[in-house]
Design a protein around this ligand. Structure first.
Ligand SMILES: *[C@@H]1O[C@H](CO)[C@@H](O)[C@H](O)[C@H]1NC(C)=O
Length: 354
């Protein structure tokens, strides 16, 4: 109920502005380009910044404060979902973002990015009509609002994963912070289909799917916004992160509170031992306060790939997971029933069936 109200209110406040833009007109706050282009091969279209791979160096010179990370990610996904709904571009969440949805329909406190997908034909549509469009949003917590830029990689037309430097087909960029959402197209996998696997789909980032696991998309909410999620979300999550991702309530120094449905940070130290630590510090000279920020962020990024490893587990194990996962649904968040109501009815395959 609250989610409905918030979404309605939020949509009423928001006034996206569309116009064509080039980099220089959008990049008002920076004189220097931190995009790290020089070091990258010319064939690579999107460049990660010189200081951090989750930032676009054309719009930022440094990482944002740790306390600003989650608000910035929320702003990214809320503005993205609202804009795609407005312009009629079908999109859905995947990977870590889908896992956050599974638990409580929110970005997880340790997330450092957002993952979304669109079909190939939707990417064509965006490239044709919305490349380099700016979208301004008034968001709670951002005084002057924020401008987001949709930029499509011209190499999206190259379908093969061999084009490994351009696996990201588009970006939704927060022009204030330089943070962005990576958008990938899900494409028909003609090689697999030739082998008889009729619903085979793939992304340039080498993820492989089946039409049945993604479509028909389900309707739900994420961060208070209407969102679409892949049909067989549990098996997609289990395949990517292992069965424990749906049951383990202790992750990344957080514990999931089943009552509030919130990931709560575990207090770092039991209050007393603070004093004994002090004597140790003099021994190891200068590991002062400043570096703390970065290592923390880096740790999180290193942990992410680790979480993805279960994908490579032997197939036998995945059979076990399937049975596990079938006993799961009772554990799912209460909001879930909404998702299920419109499954077969909305067989909207328009994007991939042509
Ligand atoms: C989108 O616009 C940018 C900037 O003009 C351009 O470099 C890029 O090739 C365009 N993408 C597509 C898909 O046309």
């Amino acid at each position: 109920m609250l989610a409905f109200l918030f979404a309605a209110l939020w949509l009423a406040i928001v006034r996206p502005v569309l116009c064509d833009a080039d980099f220089m007109s959008v990049r008002t706050s920076l004189n220097t380009d931190f995009s790290g282009k020089q070091g990258n091969p010319a064939q690579k279209y999107f460049h990660e910044s010189t200081f951090h791979y989750h930032y676009d160096g054309r719009f930022a010179a440094s990482t944002i404060k740790e306390s600003q990370r989650i608000p910035a990610l929320k702003g990214l996904i809320q503005s993205y979902l609202s804009t795609m709904a407005d312009i009629g571009a079908e999109t859905w969440i995947m990977h870590g973002t889908l896992l956050g949805w599974w638990w409580n329909q929110k970005v997880m406190p340790w997330d450092t990015d957002i993952d979304v997908q669109v079909s190939e034909i939707t990417m064509q549509f965006l490239a044709q009509y919305y490349n380099m469009t700016e979208h301004h949003f008034k968001l709670p917590g951002f005084k002057k609002g924020r401008t987001y830029l949709l930029e499509i990689n011209p190499n999206y037309v190259i379908r093969t994963p061999d084009d490994w430097m351009n696996v990201i087909d588009a970006r939704w960029i927060d022009t204030s912070s330089g943070l962005f959402i990576d958008m990938t197209s899900v494409r028909k996998d003609y090689d697999e289909r030739a082998k008889g696997n009729h619903g085979a789909l793939m992304c340039k980032d080498k993820h492989k799917y089946n039409e049945e696991s993604i479509f028909p998309l389900r309707d739900s909410y994420f961060e208070g916004m209407p969102v679409k999620i892949p049909y067989d979300y549990t098996s997609l999550l289990v395949k990517e992160y292992g069965a424990s991702c749906l049951t383990n309530t202790n992750y990344h120094d957080h514990i999931f509170n089943e009552e509030t449905k919130i990931w709560e940070p575990i207090p770092k130290e039991p209050e007393k031992p603070k004093e004994p630590e002090k004597p140790k510090e003099p021994e190891k000279p200068k590991e002062p306060e400043k570096p703390k920020d970065k290592p923390q962020e880096e740790q999180q990024q290193q942990q992410e790939p680790a979480a993805k490893q279960p994908e490579q587990e032997p197939e036998q194990k995945q059979d076990d997971k399937k049975t596990d996962q079938q006993s799961q649904p009772q554990d799912q968040p209460q909001d879930k029933p909404e998702d299920k109501k419109d499954t077969k009815r909305r067989r909207r395959r328009r994007n991939l069936s042509r």
